[in-house]
Design a protein. Structure first.
Length: 217
């Protein structure tokens, strides 16, 4: 199918694809995937598209299978500590997040950003939850995400730390040994110490990066 040029064309496309009335809709991103999202009287309808606008996959989630849906301003998949620079804060202010989970599934984040010719696309999550509240208010709620996200066990974090440390240490040791006159001894110390430092920083953040890339978790 051809790319949609404005919000009216998107509404028509989603109505034809779902075969139902479209109560609220928007153009978002689930991790790295482009997705057209719509609320119909009976389901949350998702059409995943390619960069050329062709349909790649369609998911229809009946409202009976939904555990909760909630809308938040900004990018809820990215921690606040990673939004410190001005560019990130400006981008975050033009973004909205639809958070939902099926009764059997992971927490999912769909990000909606301001887009030309798509009326207040970043407000789509709030339009969806507003329409859903009028029909099934018990589904529109925000639980404590920390308690329902997959627990991060110490063993998994240590394993990631070891993998990152060893990988960085080996690469840097080889590079330093080939470029420094002191030889392999000094190079291995520099490589290992750098690996330990970066491993300690990035190992706990792997689940966060995974959530940002996949939109789930």
């Amino acid at each position: 199918m051809a790319q949609v040029r404005n919000s009216e064309e998107l509404r028509v496309r989603l109505q034809q694809a779902s075969g139902e009335d479209v109560l609220a809709f928007g153009w978002g991103n689930l991790g790295m995937k482009n997705v057209f999202a719509a609320l119909t009287p009976s389901a949350l309808f998702l059409e995943f598209i390619s960069f050329t606008g062709n349909t790649k996959d369609i998911q229809r989630i009946p409202l009976e299978e939904v555990d909760f849906i909630y809308a938040l301003a900004g990018d809820a998949s990215t921690p606040k500590l990673m939004k410190l620079n001005l560019e990130s804060r400006i981008t975050d202010s033009m973004t909205g997040t639809l958070i939902y989970r099926k009764k059997q599934g992971k927490i999912t984040h769909i990000l909606f950003r301001k887009m030309p010719n798509h009326d207040s696309n970043n407000k789509a999550p709030f339009r969806i939850t507003e329409k859903l509240t009028a029909r099934k208010p018990e589904l529109v709620r925000m639980p404590d995400l920390k308690t329902i996200r997959e627990p991060q066990f110490k063993g998994g974090c240590l394993r990631r730390f070891a993998i990152i440390t060893i990988a960085i240490a080996v690469v840097l040791t080889v590079i330093f040994a080939l470029t420094m006159e002191q030889g392999w001894g000094v190079a291995s110390i520099v490589g290992l110490s750098t690996g330990v430092l970066l491993g300690g920083i990035f190992a706990p953040m792997i689940p966060i990066f995974k959530r940002m890339l996949t939109g789930q978790g």
